[in-house]
Design a protein around this ligand. Structure first.
Ligand code: ADP
Ligand code: ZN
Ligand code: ZN
Length: 752
């Protein structure tokens, strides 16, 4: 039983690292926990203030006789912060971090910003005038103005924040339009009535994606039972986690909106997580139309102040629905009733900084605290979630058909690239893909070419000595860019392309590897008349580059879009009737037990891009491993087939979810220290292994051994029992903390 509590009076980001220790009176010892709101005597006058418990211990930091005592548990309702501090405590325990790091993750930075009102842009023009203005903007090539005016074809009013962040407009674009009386900026208006946001006959300018009058949609016979079932359970007081497994376009978003509405009508609040890349203007506006000013959005482009402001509005009850990426999970709603995670399988839900929390697990914990339900949606559920559904831990619903009438699943063909080569075709396009490309281009339909790889990886290597040119700080090759720079994609180091090999001096340096730029060049060579757009790290680097390319493609300003993973998410392109996956194998042989799952997900998503409207779509998967189960299952669009094989593999090799995997990374700028520390903890782990309860792999060098001048070693520990791993972790941490060199090493635990 803890006798002392760390308490913070002011829970703003900056102040959390200055807690005060208090004594817990005997009578309260059972009730005090992290997050608890307590009354304490504070300052010289010992005025009673309310504080939050953020830590518990048996040890007094100073003379225990001089510690003040907690006066009592604070009366009144539990605040949102109290709950978030409890979440932080759980994260610290679960993922291994300090309480400080965890608190800083869940509490926004307090900023002295003027509270922003909810501002809206309103169009003042009649429909014909608006169309005239659009024509003029097009003629003068005012791209930003054109985007805004076209958006007003769909909606009379647009939230100011949405115009800035999703339409990528600046105040400078808006100002003259306001001055000319084209639009008005309304402050503090409340659009509770969603019909205000609808333009009659709206959405005729963009073929297909137009008919977005979502509030008019009647759910179909696959959607309605899901909504009915979850709502019935909700009203009966049942709270649990549900997996909604629906193919792309099956109408999951419509289901979310119904559920949100149901919960909101009971005076409760809702958090919807969407991967940032999928939080497009179209998606945002769908929710605005339905929920008006009750909904708010956050994204990573917001400043700390803007985010704080949004969170304050949530706390004050001005908004009921928060939509955003991972961190929206920490919205301080008082009466949270529902959390929804769209695309729950997405890697972006796992934090890459300490505490390395997973939004799905953390959402489950928070939902438990606030008596809320959790809905996970995906076309390709994570193996973890599907396993829980199979075991009845999660409720499960499956939708296998598309919601829109006359919208069909694409025809998928797998092409064996080995045969192409054997029959003398050395091009990156198989004969099947090329023939389809010709056909679609003739019909003026659109094509997406997908390179199953992150960014690209063209590097320079020496044909004399074989040496590749690497970053001096990181153990990776430098990437060659078109402007002849060599860039490290990890640390940003760059040099001009050298004329001779730095190792042997030979002039015979040549580029290796195929990237999106290379493919663009090849496409232009083979289809000189086609208009081509490329989307990768380079073309999207500038602010808004990503949205601009997608918008241009949606407007049919190009026939072919080439890109990496980025192009398979978010936007709906009704005119795309062919998706070509150039080399499905690229992600299949990554050094990670999840690469099969990721490949299946990517291929399925990419295939889902084809033929979302009336025209039937084609998908061509080019591969050197046509018999691999991930490729077979993706081609058959058969999730169960994939899952069965994947679980066999994970069970055989003891990977999650058949096991818990703990990864320990130890790094140091001094190579021998990294080794010494790893050797020491390895010995600790070895002792445990003797008991036969768990399995050790390694230690090995990290896939990128040297990163930013830090040498990194990795040890994997697998065990069916999570608590055993936690015990070992605590033991290792304690040991490392007590070494004289502990300040020179970096220690990172990760669970999956
Ligand atoms: P998902 O989120 O599963 O990809 P969406 O909810 O975005 O699917 O729906 C895909 C398309 O089908 C959207 O254009 C949506 O407006 C439309 N849609 C969804 N449900 C219905 C329905 N019941 N009737 C008609 N159209 C629908
Ligand atoms: Zn050389
Ligand atoms: Zn580097």
């Amino acid at each position: 039983m803890a006798q002392f509590a760390d308490i913070i009076i002011d829970i703003t980001h900056e102040k959390v690292d200055r807690p005060f220790q208090y004594r817990i009176p005997q009578a309260l010892q059972e009730q005090i926990h992290a997050g608890c709101q307590v009354d304490v005597p504070f300052g010289r006058g010992n005025t009673i203030r309310c504080g939050y418990v953020v830590g518990l211990s048996d040890r007094a930091e100073y003379d225990p006789a001089r510690l003040k005592e907690i006066a009592g548990i604070h009366a009144g309702s539990v605040s949102a912060e109290s709950q978030l501090i409890q979440v932080a405590w759980w994260m610290k325990e679960r993922y291994g971090s300090t309480m400080n790091q965890a608190l800083k993750t869940v509490l926004p930075v307090k900023q002295q910003v003027k509270q922003q009102e909810s501002k809206w842009l309103r169009c003042l023009l009649g429909r014909d005038e608006l169309k005239d203005q659009i024509r003029e903007a097009v003629r003068k090539k005012y791209k930003a103005r054109e985007r805004l005016l076209k958006a007003f074809l769909d909606a009379d009013v647009i939230p100011y924040q949405v115009a800035l962040h999703q339409l990528n407009l600046t105040a400078a674009t808006l100002k003259p339009l306001i001055a000319q009386g084209v639009i008005a900026l309304d402050s503090s208006v409340s659009y509770r009535n969603p019909s205000l946001l609808m333009q009659e006959g709206g959405g005729d300018h963009r073929a297909g994606e137009g008919n977005d009058q979502d509030s008019l949609v009647t759910l179909n016979d696959a959607q309605q039972p899901v909504v009915d079932d979850i709502c019935r359970q909700y009203d009966a007081g049942i709270r649990k986690t549900y997996l909604l497994h629906g193919i792309t376009g099956s109408g999951k978003t419509e289901i979310y909106m119904e559920l949100i509405d149901h919960v909101r009508r009971q005076g409760k609040q809702v958090i919807l997580l969407i991967p940032e890349i999928a939080l497009t203007y179209q998606t945002v506006m769908r929710f605005c139309r339905r929920f008006g000013s009750q909904v708010s959005f956050i994204n990573s482009k917001l400043s700390a102040g803007e985010k704080y402001d949004q969170f304050e509005r949530a706390k004050n009850g001005e908004i009921q629905i928060m939509i955003g990426p991972r961190s929206a999970l920490f919205t301080p709603f008082r009466n949270l009733g529902l959390i929804i995670i769209d695309e729950e399988h997405e890697g972006a839900y796992k934090s890459e900084i300490t505490p390395r929390y997973h939004a799905r697990e953390t959402a489950e914990y928070r939902a438990g605290l606030s008596h809320a339900s959790l809905v996970l949606g995906s076309a390709t559920p994570s193996v973890e979630s599907y396993t829980k559904a199979v075991h009845g831990i999660y409720g499960y619903y499956k939708i296998g058909k598309r919601a829109k009438k006359n919208s069909y699943l694409p025809k998928i063909q797998v092409v064996d690239l080995r045969n192409e080569l054997a029959e003398g075709n050395r091009s990156i396009f198989s004969r099947t893909l090329r023939a389809l490309m010709v056909e679609k281009l003739t019909n003026q339909e659109q094509i997406m070419l997908f390179l199953n790889r992150r960014g690209y990886s063209r590097f320079l290597s020496c044909r004399s000595c074989g040496e590749a040119i690497k970053c001096p700080h990181c153990d990776v090759t430098l990437t060659l860019h078109q402007d002849d720079r060599l860039v490290c994609h990890y640390c940003g180091y760059q040099i001009r392309r050298p004329s001779a090999c730095p190792s042997c001096g030979s002039a015979y340096l040549a580029p290796f590897g195929t990237g999106t730029q290379k493919i663009e060049a090849l496409v232009k060579e083979e289809f000189p008349d086609a208009r081509v757009l490329r989307m990768d790290l380079d073309t999207t680097a500038k602010k808004g580059g990503h949205e601009e390319i997608l918008a241009a493609f949606a407007e049919h300003e190009a026939d072919i879009l080439i890109g990496t993973q980025m192009i398979v998410k978010g936007h709906d392109f009704p005119a795309v009737t062919l998706v070509g996956i150039l080399a499905a194998d690229l992600s299949l042989y990554a050094p990670d037990y999840r690469c099969g799952e990721r490949t299946f997900q990517l291929l399925t998503q990419a295939a889902g891009r084809a033929g979302r409207d009336e025209k039937a779509g084609d998908v061509v998967i080019q591969t050197y491993s046509p018999d691999h189960y991930c490729i077979q299952a993706a081609a058959a669009q058969d999730y169960e087939q994939f899952y069965k094989k994947e679980m066999e593999y994970r069970k055989l090799l003891h990977y999650p979810p058949a096991c818990v995997l703990m990864t320990l990374l130890i790094g140091s700028d001094r190579e021998e220290l990294a080794h010494r520390a790893m050797d020491a903890v390895f010995r600790i782990a070895r002792k445990q292994e003797g008991r036969g309860q768990f399995q050790l792999i390694g230690p090995v060098n990290a896939p990128i051994y040297k990163l930013n001048d830090i040498y990194r070693k990795i040890l994997y520990m697998k065990c069916e029992n999570y608590d055993i791993l936690i015990g070992i972790r605590n033991h290792m941490e304690e040991f490392l903390k007590n070494q004289s060199w502990s300040s020179r090493i970096l220690v990172q635990f990760d669970f999956s």
